[in-house]
Design a protein around this ligand. Structure first.
Ligand code: PAF
Length: 280
C-alpha cells in the first residue's frame, strides 16, 4: 500500500492509473478504522480497479471542540487494517495541506436536507462535511465513492451536493455494519465505558421493535413510544427519535404508502453521542 501526505504526491501516483482508464474507488474516513470501514473498502475493491482511502479528521465539521480533541487517533493500527484488506492507496493529509492555513468551511445549500435531524443539533456540521467531501473529491477524482448508511443524512446530503454541483462521481450507499449485539459500528464506540458499551445495544433493539410497530400506530404515537422507552432507561439519554421520509428527511406526520421511511435516532451514552437508523 502506498501512503501519501501531499496532493502532489497523490496526483503523480494516480495520474499513471488514470491514463490507463482505470476506475478509482474512494472511501473517505476520519480514521479509527473498524470493520464497517473495511466493508466499504472491500466493496470498493470489488467494483473498481484501484481503491484510495483517506484518513483526515476534519476540524470544520466538529461543532464541539472537546469532541474533536478526543477523536480517536489510531493511525498505526489503521495502516495494519488497511494492509490486511490490501488497500492500494492511503491519503493522510495535514490540516494545512487541505485548508491552506484557512480552516473554514464553505456554506452549502442542500435544499433543506441540512436543517433536519443532525442539522438541528450540530451547528455548521454539514457545511464542514460538504467542504471536506468536495475538496477530497477534487483531489482524488474518484469514479465511485462509498459511504455508510449509518450516517444516512450525510449520505443524502453528499448525493445532493454531487447532483447540484455536477461533480462527476457515483455515490454508493452501503449497509450499516453492526457488532454481534446490534450496536452500529462507529469509531466513537471505543470511547464507551464498559457500562455504557453494555447498555448501547438497547438503541438498535428499540429501533427493531419500532420497525415492527410501524404502520400499526401513527408516526406520532410511535415516536412517543420510543421516547418513553428511553425515559425509563437508567443510562442512555435520547436526543431525538424521528420518523422521516428517506428522500426529503422531513419528519413524517402521516405515512404515505408510496414513500419510504426511516427511523433516525441520536442517543447520549454518557458524553458519547451515538446515532443509528433503520429502514421501515
Ligand atoms: O463519515 C465520516 O467519517 C466523515 O463525515 C467523512 C465523510 C469522512 C468526512 O470527514
Amino acid at each position: 500500500m502506498k501512503i501519501f501526505k501531499t496532493k502532489n504526491q497523490l496526483h503523480q501516483h494516480l495520474n499513471t492509473f488514470k491514463t490507463k482508464n482505470n476506475t478509482i474507488g474512494f472511501v473517505q474516513t476520519m480514521g479509527a478504522l473498524h470493520q464497517g470501514h473495511l466493508s466499504l473498502i472491500k466493496k470498493s475493491k470489488k467494483k473498481t480497479d484501484i481503491t484510495v482511502v483517506s484518513i483526515f479528521v476534519n476540524p470544520t465539521q466538529f461543532d464541539n471542540k472537546e469532541d474533536l480533541e478526543k477523536y480517536p487517533n489510531t493511525l498505526k493500527n489503521d495502516i495494519l487494517l488497511l494492509k490486511s484488506v490490501v488497500c492500494d492507496v492511503l491519503f493522510t493529509p495535514s490540516v494545512d495541506e487541505i485548508y491552506n492555513g484557512k480552516t473554514v468551511s464553505t456554506h452549502f445549500d442542500f435544499d433543506g436536507l441540512e436543517h433536519q435531524m443532525e442539522g438541528k443539533f450540530r451547528d455548521g456540521h454539514f457545511d464542514g462535511v460538504g467542504t471536506i467531501v468536495k475538496t477530497l473529491f477534487e483531489i482524488v477524482q474518484p469514479t465511485i465513492a462509498f459511504f455508510g448508511k449509518k450516517d444516512f443524512q450525510q449520505l443524502q446530503i453528499i448525493k445532493k451536493m454531487v447532483k447540484k454541483e455536477n461533480i462527476p462521481v457515483k455515490i454508493k450507499g452501503c449497509e450499516i455494519f453492526r457488532e454481534k449485539d446490534g450496536l452500529a459500528m462507529s469509531s466513537r464506540n471505543t470511547r464507551l465505558t464498559k457500562e455504557y458499551r453494555k447498555a448501547a445495544p438497547f438503541i438498535y433493539k428499540t429501533l427493531k421493535k419500532a420497525k415492527k410497530k410501524f404502520g400499526t400506530i401513527t408516526a406520532k404515537e410511535l415516536t412517543e413510544w420510543v421516547e418513553k422507552k428511553f425515559k425509563k432507561h437508567p443510562l442512555l439519554k435520547l436526543e431525538y427519535f424521528t420518523i422521516a421520509d428517506e428522500k426529503t428527511l422531513e419528519t413524517a406526520s402521516e405515512i404515505h404508502p408510496k414513500k419510504k421511511y426511516r427511523g433516525f435516532i441520536a442517543v447520549f451514552a454518557g458524553d458519547i453521542r451515538l446515532i443509528d437508523n433503520i429502514q421501515f
